[in-house]
Ligand binder design. Structure first.
Ligand SMILES: *Cc1c(COP(=O)(O)O)cnc(C)c1O
Length: 225
């Protein structure tokens, strides 16, 4: 068994029931994805539309492709026919565009609302306040072709694991609050949090989808991207 396959098996075997691994394959070649596929992995996440399109062409049709990066509205149309879950909805404008493109291809596309919780200035997403406002005041029947399936976040990129835990806990508490108050959103069940260096903490704090890349596939070679 290759190192990729061992890591896929090790991580999947350690997941609590109901939690799924999204193998983040961005910047890694199709062959690396094939190896993971042969170890039973079916959910893969990518963050660039063009790279994703190329991989979709090459790889088995039963792969569930998730989109995890910042998505420009003018690119939604390319992935609308097949994308299984968009983790990174960071504006109303993007939500509207996904609804529009999903309608064109006769789909209902599941999405997560991305929260901005980390300290870094540059990260995309809604604040908790904005998200609460969105979820509790929006009339979701206006967007019949998107399915709001939960929340996604990235913790601050720090070695301070207590801070990371605090951020995950805050998001989980908010997730539970929204599940309770948005009873019309029956699809609101997923909490996407945890990456290579912090997913064990995310699991303890209630994640249902972990997004693990470098721990499985090794360091990314950006020069080829
Ligand atoms: C790249 C990326 C990941 C995976 O990061 P690793 O540290 O390689 O596990 C997870 N989530 C998002 C949003 C990413 O962009």
């Amino acid at each position: 068994m290759s190192q990729i396959q061992e890591e896929i098996k090790r991580i999947n075997n350690g997941l609590p029931q109901g939690v799924r691994l999204v193998a983040i394959s961005k910047f890694h070649p199709a062959e690396a994805i094939e190896e993971a596929y042969e170890a039973g992995q079916r959910i893969f996440g990518e963050s660039h539309v063009q790279e994703l399109q190329q991989k979709v062409e090459l790889l088995p049709k039963d792969i569930e492709w998730h989109f995890i990066g910042h998505l420009q509205t003018n690119k939604v149309k390319y992935i609308a026919p097949y994308i299984k879950l968009i983790h990174s909805v960071d504006s109303i404008k993007l939500l509207q565009e996904i609804d529009k493109q999903a309608k064109k291809v006769g789909r209902i596309i599941p999405i997560l609302i991305q929260l901005h919780i980390a300290e870094e200035e540059t990260k995309f997403g809604f604040t908790i306040e904005e998200c609460r406002n969105l979820l509790t005041t929006q009339d979701w029947s206006e967007y019949p072709n998107v399915q709001i399936s939960g929340l996604m976040c990235m913790a601050t990129n720090t070695d301070n694991m207590e801070q990371v835990r605090r951020e995950f806990r805050t998001v989980h508490e908010f997730f539970v609050e929204m599940k309770a108050s948005c009873t019309n959103l029956t699809s609101f069940t997923e909490l996407s949090m945890g990456m290579s260096h912090d997913y064990p903490i995310a699991l303890e704090e209630g994640s249902t989808l972990i997004r693990v890349g470098s721990k499985i596939f090794g360091e990314r070679d950006y020069s080829k991207g």
